[in-house]
Each structure stands twice: as structure tokens, then as C-alpha cells.
Design a protein around this ligand. Sequence first.
Ligand code: KG4
Ligand code: ZN
Length: 332
Amino acid sequence: MEKDIYVLGIESSCDETSVAVVKNGREVLSNIINSQIKIHELYGGVVPEIASRCHTEVINQVTKEAIKEANISFDDIDVICPTYGPGLVGALLVGVSYAKGLALATKKDLLGVNHIEGHIAANYITHKDLKPPFLCLIISGGHTHLVKVNDYTNFEILGKTRDDAIGEAFDKVARVVGLGYPGGPKVDKLAKEGKEIIDLPITDLENMDFSFSGIKTAVINLNHKNPNINKADLCLSFEKAATDMLEINIKKAIENTKIRKIVLAGGVSCNSYIRNRLDILAENNNLEMYYPEVKLCTDNAAMIASAGYYNYINGKKSDLTLNAIPNLKLGE
Ligand code: KG4
Ligand code: ZN
């Protein structure tokens, strides 16, 4: 029997400090998440400088809790995997520097993980039998990517957003209609009371890229011109237009690749309207549709540890020159 591999994942790319222990890529032994949302809420969005400081304050304690909850000794850890990009540079640096110090002091292996790969890997934890190849739609606050996942560590980007990430558009819509930060879950909730009666413009680009700024700007203008407009209708109509945009490209990707297994990832993949619409799409087109469990959709270290595992067993390692790369691309 092969030896079990224990990965310590560390995530600090934005406003969550998270540390997890994951066994053999799929079994979560602990996944501690310290969210800074309450602090950034006061400012209506993430303040990078405050985010870095908060990560520094809690990272050691969060790591200790993760080891304790996993009920293992630190000696059992095989490799320490921090997110090294993409994300906020100061925030990333806290996790990367901490991981480097820990690896040096404990003589453990070190391996930097791409945050977007982490979002994809969240699905390996939720769906124990899921294996590549599949199509993955990563929809989060910072990213909107349609990717052909050829293998655990081999990705082909089919399309991405040309302007705003979809989560950014959700957060902006929430702000203009007065729902505050973080906006996605609040739009999701209010939209349930709305009607799909407002037509918003959808950009159908010739390739598989996305664009959300036209939809977002239309919402801002409508709200500005008609301050009494029904906010629930506006939220639901926004969700409808954004999901139409997603569906257009999913259909193109299926047509181009002939792959019928679709995997969602990222914070916006908890959205209930998007899930309903894609379930209907799957039903009508005979597709297999996968979503991560809600807790693993948004940023967490278990997904980072899972992605780290697949890279580690593929022979990858980082050395102590590992640095934060704020604009790291998928597949680099
Ligand atoms: O994946 P994530 O935690 O961070 C990034 O890597 O960007 O995603 C955060 C994004 C935010 O924009 C948040 O508003 C959005 O995910 N989000 C949602 C929902 N829950 C979180 N958007 C729509 N509906 C939701 N239920
Ligand atoms: Zn993320």
C-alpha cells in the first residue's frame, strides 16, 4: 500500500486566513477559516493593507488550530502548500513567508499553489469520484474563467472575462441597490422575491470570453434614473442576464470540446439562481453538473491543500525563493 500524504494548505490571498490539513488530496482533516468580513464591511470592500495586517495577526493561531483539529502531529505533515497567487500581494506574502519559515524550521517540503487551481480542486473534496477531463467554470470575486481541465495539473483556458469578474459585478450591483458588502449572498437572497421583468443587455462575444460590465452598468443606470425601481426585480434580472452570459459560453465549450461533464467553482458558484438554471441546462442537454459544497465554494485552505497534493505527487516542489505573484495565471 502506498504511503498516505498529508498536506498543510495555507490560504491568505484576500480576506480569509485559512489553514487546513488534507489527507491524500480528498479527505479534509481540518479546515480552519478566519474571515475578515466583519472588518472590511465597515469600509464597503476589502482594504488590502488591513487584510495583510489581519493575516499576520492570526496565521500562527489558525495553523495551530488546524493541526490540533486534524488530530495529527506536525511531524506527520509531508508538504506545506501556501497560495502564492493570484491575489493581493501583501496578503499573499503573509502566507508565503509564513510557509517558508515553517518549512525551513521543520525541514518539510514546500510547494506554492495557484489559487484558481485550488477553486477547481474544491470539487475533488466534495465529489470523491470526480476525475478529469471536464470543463470547469470558475466564477469568483476575482476570476471568471472557462477552462478545459485535461488532467489534475493540466489546464487549457477556453475563455475569460474581458472586464469585470462576475463576483465583482454582483458586489457592485449589491452596493448600488443598497445591500452593502459582501454583495453576492445578499443579491442571491433578495432576488428570490423578485420577477425577471427587466431586460438587460448581454454581450455575445465571438469567442468564449465573458463580459459583465455592460450588464452591471445597465443596472447602475436604471437604478440611478428610477430610484424607486423594485430592487428585488433588478437583482433577479441581473442574475438572469449574468447566467445567460455563462450559459452561452458553456454551450459553445460543449460544442467545441464534446465534453459533457461541467464543474463549477469559486464563490459565485454558491448562487442558488445560477445552480437552478444550470441544473435545468444539464437536465435538458444530458450533462453531468458538479458544484462544490457551499463551504468550499469561497476561499478556504482545504481546496489549496487538495490542489497542492496533485502537484506534489506529480513531482513538483518549491524552494525558499518562492515569492508571491499577484497576477499569476492558471497553468503557470
Ligand atoms: O471565491 P471567492 O471567495 O474569492 C475570490 O477568489 O474571488 O469569491 C468571493 C465572491 C464575492 O464576489 C461574493 O460576493 C461572491 O463570491 N459570492 C456570491 C455568493 N456567495 C459569494 N455571489 C453570488 N451569490 C452568492 N450566493
Ligand atoms: Zn478565491
